[in-house]
Design a protein around this ligand. Structure first.
Ligand SMILES: [Zn+2]
Length: 275
């Protein structure tokens, strides 16, 4: 069984075939999916939870979990009502994580101080609700600016909680990976690890201990080779696991078992975490 630790199941790109897409995932060995609750804007944070409730309990479907959070470029939308909604969502049993939250200095969007302030406000709520966090971090090309700020904030504000989290769609170097591991984070790799030009990323992945790895799709984005450019879906999460297996000199089922165990440990889920 594989767990897709990060998929945007509420994307409009699944409107016409969401149930069939989930069944394809189940048929491909995906036992559970963490549905990311950021919507297109903060007002849509609840949509991932709605999808969980719609499909959980149906036959031939992966077990679905949800997150909720305000994406870095949506942080200007944060007000007391948004924070109250986030707090309420994080109290729901299916909403096991706060995210994806973090810093994005790559795309033009929310001013960096607004991103940092919004990030910290959400860390405070996640800490009270005892929810691990899902981190999105993207620096400017050729820079580590967002990583430097992010890790400094986490080391000051998040380390004391002991809750940990996931570095989603990891794209940093060894220094960023090492500091993330030191914070007790799991490091999740998406389909981009399969791309021909991603050798530096594969070199970093090869150094990360098995007990700190996760796989994800970030669907509908980042379709793995050989589907690159198409709409991605959780059924294809095995491609990232196969690449990690090659890098670790392991078999894909070993990677599947390890990443499933890591996911269950982080979120304190029972061993039968999936369907
Ligand atoms: Zn995402």
């Amino acid at each position: 069984m594989l767990i897709d630790s990060h998929a945007h199941l509420d994307s409009e790109r699944y409107t016409d075939d969401r149930a069939a897409m989930l069944t394809r995932a189940f048929d491909s060995g995906v036992g559970a999916i963490l549905a990311i609750g950021i919507g297109e804007q903060a007002a849509e944070m609840h949509k991932a939870l709605d999808i969980c409730r719609q499909f959980n309990g149906q036959p031939n479907m992966p077990r679905l979990y949800a997150s909720a959070g305000v994406y870095p470029h949506n942080t200007p939308e944060i007000d007391e009502a948004v924070l109250a909604k986030l707090d309420k969502l994080l109290a729901e049993p299916e909403v096991i994580a706060c995210g994806e939250i973090g810093l994005d200095y790559y795309h033009e969007g929310a001013p960096h101080p607004v991103q940092r302030e919004g990030f910290i406000r959400q860390l405070e709520i996640a800490a009270v609700r005892k929810r691990p966090i899902l981190i999105h971090c993207r620096p400017k090309d050729g820079d580590t600016d967002a990583w430097d700020d992010l890790l400094e904030i986490l080391e000051a504000w998040w380390r004391p909680t002991g809750l940990g989290g996931i570095m989603h769609c990891f794209g940093g170097g060894w220094e960023q990976a090492r500091r993330s591991l030191d914070l007790g984070f799991l490091i999740s790799f998406a389909g981009n690890i399969t791309y021909p030009k991603a050798q530096p990323l594969r070199d970093v992945a090869a150094l990360i201990p098995l007990e700190s790895l996760l796989v994800e799709t970030d669907a509908p984005w980042l379709a793995p080779a050989p589907h690159r450019g198409k709409r991605n879906e959780p059924a294809w999460v095995a491609r990232a696991a196969e690449t990690l297996a090659e890098l670790k000199g392991a078999e894909t089922p070993e990677i599947a078992a390890a990443t499933t165990k890591n996911f269950a440990r982080l979120f304190r889920l029972r061993a039968d975490v999936g369907n």
